[in-house]
Design a protein around this ligand. Structure first.
Ligand code: SF4
Length: 112
């Protein structure tokens, strides 16, 4: 058995090379699971935004683009609660107070 850790922003490469994927934001796991599950039906808002920006020749894989506002915060001074909340299009007040746990492969207070 061979296990490789492959780091990339190219989701097409992930789709063709990997069995499992872990989506990170500011060094924190946002979503993880089998490639087919995460890339075909993303549940975390950050994964959804990433996939909406990925080009595809296949019409069935094209998504409505989700434009994230602002810039990523400094990793040395991450925001309280969910580190994605400053750019999350569906953030709510609780996101500033609670670090979402990874539950069933997703770290989001709105998923579960
Ligand atoms: S926990 Fe809140 S801010 Fe973080 S991804 Fe979910 S909804 Fe968005």
């Amino acid at each position: 058995m061979l296990a490789l850790l492959f780091s990339t922003h190219d989701l097409a490469v992930v789709r063709s090379l990997c069995d499992r994927v872990v989506v990170l934001y500011l060094g924190r796991v946002m979503e993880s699971g089998p490639v087919a599950q995460v890339l075909e039906a993303p549940r975390h808002p950050y994964t959804q935004a990433l996939l909406s920006a990925a080009p595809s020749l296949e019409a069935s894989r094209r998504r409505t683009r989700i434009l994230l506002q602002g810039d990523p915060p400094s990793p040395s001074a991450p925001p309280s609660g969910c580190v994605f909340r400053m750019r999350c299009p569906v953030a709510m007040p609780a996101c500033a107070e609670t670090v979402p746990a990874l539950v069933d492969g997703v770290a989001c207070l709105r998923v579960g």
